[in-house]
Structures are given as C-alpha cells and as structure tokens.
Design a protein around this ligand. Sequence first.
Ligand SMILES: Cc1cc2nc3c(=O)[nH]c(=O)nc-3n(C[C@H](O)[C@H](O)[C@H](O)COP(=O)(O)OP(=O)(O)OC[C@H]3O[C@@H](n4cnc5c(N)ncnc54)[C@H](O)[C@@H]3O)c2cc1C
Length: 360
Amino acid sequence: MRYDLLIAGGGPVGLYAAILAATHGMKVAIAEPKAGVIDKACGEGLMPAAVAALLAVGVAPAHQPFEGIRYIDSNRTAEGRFSRGVGWGVRRLALHSALMERAFDLGVQTERTAVHTIDAQPEGIRAAGIEARWLFAADGLHSPLRKHLGLQLPARFPRRYGIRRHFVIAPWSSFVEVHWSEQAEAYVTPVSDREVGVAFLFDDRLKGASSEPPFERLMAAFPALQERLRGTDVGSTVRGAGPFEQRTLHQASGRTLLIGDAAGYLDPITGEGLRLGFEAASLALECIEAGNPAAYNLLWPRAYRRYWWMTAGLLTLRRSPLRKVMLPALQHVPGLFTAAVNALGAEPPPKRQRLLRTPI
Ligand SMILES: Cc1cc2nc3c(=O)[nH]c(=O)nc-3n(C[C@H](O)[C@H](O)[C@H](O)COP(=O)(O)OP(=O)(O)OC[C@H]3O[C@@H](n4cnc5c(N)ncnc54)[C@H](O)[C@@H]3O)c2cc1C
C-alpha cells in the first residue's frame, strides 16, 4: 500500500488526524479539493480540552485567551468560568494555517482532489486513485462519503443555521458572550486583541424561503450588541453554514472511519465541534492501530453522548416557554452554570482498552 492512512478532507479535524497519525509513525496523505488556507463559518471558540489537544501535537496558532462563557439576555447575565485551563478564540484562517504547517513539517502529503467513492482492496482501500490501508472521512457536515456509504439518517430537530462576521474592535470581555433573543443566539468571541467574531445561530423560522437572513437583520435582534458595534469596521465577509444536524447510522464501515462533523453533528450551541472532532480523530486512530475499526462504532457514541444530550436539552429548552426562566435560574444558582461549562470539553477518555482488544 502507498499510504497507511488516507484522509478525505483537509479541514481542522482531517489535519489534526493527519498530524496525530504522522507522529505515530504512519505514512499519511490528505485529499482536499480546496487550495491553500481555508476559511469557514465558525464561532471560533476553542474549549480548554481542544486547546490541550492542539498543544499536545505542537500546534499553537495566534489566539486570544478567554476564561469562560457568559450568557446574556436583555436584562440578565450568568457566567461560568473554566476551572482548569483557558479557552482560545482563534480565527479559522490562523487555525488552518498552523495545522497545515505542522502537517507539512511531519511529511503529510496533500493531493488536491475530492473523494466521492471508495473501492475496497484486499488489504486496504483505493479512493481518488490513492491506495491506503485505512481511510478517514473528514469531509465535513454534508459529507459526500457518509452518503456514499449509506450511513446518513434523517434529522430530528428543526433545521438550524449559522452565519458569522468579524469586527475590528478591542474585545470588551475576557469571556465568550452568548446573547440570547427570542429568535436567535449571538456568539461574540474575542479572536485577537483588536478583533471579535460574531456568529448568529438561528432556525428555519428566520431563514426565509430562499436566502439567508441578512446579517444586519439578525443583528437588529440584539440592540445592545448592535449599539456596541455601531460604526466599527468589519474584518471579514459574511459566511454561513447549515443545516447543522447530521445523524449517522454508525461511524465505521469496513476500513473507512468517519471523523469530525462527517461522523455526526447536532448544533454549535455549546461551542464544541472542534474539541469533539479532535477526540474522535484520536479514537479512530486508536481503533485502526488496534486493527479493530468496528470498535469505533461503540467508542464514538460514548465520546459524543454528553455533548448530544446537553445540546438536545438546550435546543428543546430554546423552543419552550421555559426558555424565559433559564437565565434567572442560572443567575440564582451560579454553581450550576459553572458545572455545565466545565462539563463541556471535560469528557474523560472513555474506558476503551477492553473494547479495543475485543474483535467486534
Ligand atoms: C456558525 C458555527 C459556529 C461554530 N462555532 C464553533 C465554536 O465556537 N467552537 C467549536 O469548536 N466549533 C464550532 N463550530 C463547529 C466547527 O466549525 C466544526 O465542528 C468544524 O469545522 C469541523 O471540522 P471538520 O474538519 O470536521 O469539517 P470542515 O471544517 O467542514 O472541513 C471539511 C473539509 O472537507 C473538504 N471536503 C468536502 N468534500 C470533500 C470530498 N468529497 N473529498 C475530500 N474533501 C472534501 C472540505 O473542502 C473541507 O475542507 C461552529 C460551526 C458553525 C457552523
């Protein structure tokens, strides 16, 4: 085989997996159709566990630290501070560039091509003309390979979408601020000492029949934020993504393992996509090193369980009349919010050694 591992998709999770595998001595190639440093709609807040994962593989992009999450509605705030470590606000371009550089230094090959089909080989796979023992599909939220493998399941929640833009202004808070309104949430992430990112998350009711709602219309739902940013220069174009929810039947099929958003995703409401993607990449690698890819079908749901339940709970609360009591409750029991914030990104590694040794 030409490579030990082929990774379809050179986004942050594909690159992270490539770096990890290369540091384990594997010969790795990435197939990515887009050239250069890739931008994408994202809230750009890395939880402490994601920061630790990056540092562990020698990746440290330019960043602005933040010390927790602050929820804000028209007249209340509640905040949860990280008890261990800090989060990083990182521009997607900075993150992608740092990951690419590290992968290049480790000898990871990049082929500028898309992968749409997979041919099984006696000891591996062949995809886009490249032969490898294993394939990781890291081809994003709308993963063509997940569909090709017949692993896509229908969504359960109403569709939600996101758009983001940057503003050239010194951060006014050392927290990621989450502003709540009836229709949407606005995430404000400090990404440098002179710039913040604003990402809106919203559902079908605001999307309209054909096009995304303009950034300005969403901003108008947050008068205090709008006032603070009035007259500020913009630092990027508007980018959108969605619908978010992607459910999968399972996450490994033969010698192909889905990682990152391709493996399944619910919503960015807890700001956890990258932390989970890095964890999944590491689990997938352990499974192929143990020669037991099917174990990933048990380990992935365990790693994502807490995220899935917390996110589903928040989305349900979001649409119910109880939404109005959420902030007062968090404000009156501050320990509750701190515990929730520290539960995000603090998933202990599942006990997996026994599973990895057991052929499934
Ligand atoms: C509005 C919004 C806010 C968010 N906020 C946060 C946050 O604050 N913190 C956080 O941690 N996460 C956040 N997320 C989630 C986070 O952005 C994702 O979890 C993360 O981008 C997933 O990375 P990935 O590498 O799996 O996928 P992607 O970044 O989507 O990369 C997939 C790559 O695959 C390539 N590709 C596509 N098709 C093919 C193919 N056929 N063959 C080969 N390659 C292909 C694409 O070109 C792309 O480069 C947010 C997401 C959104 C939309």
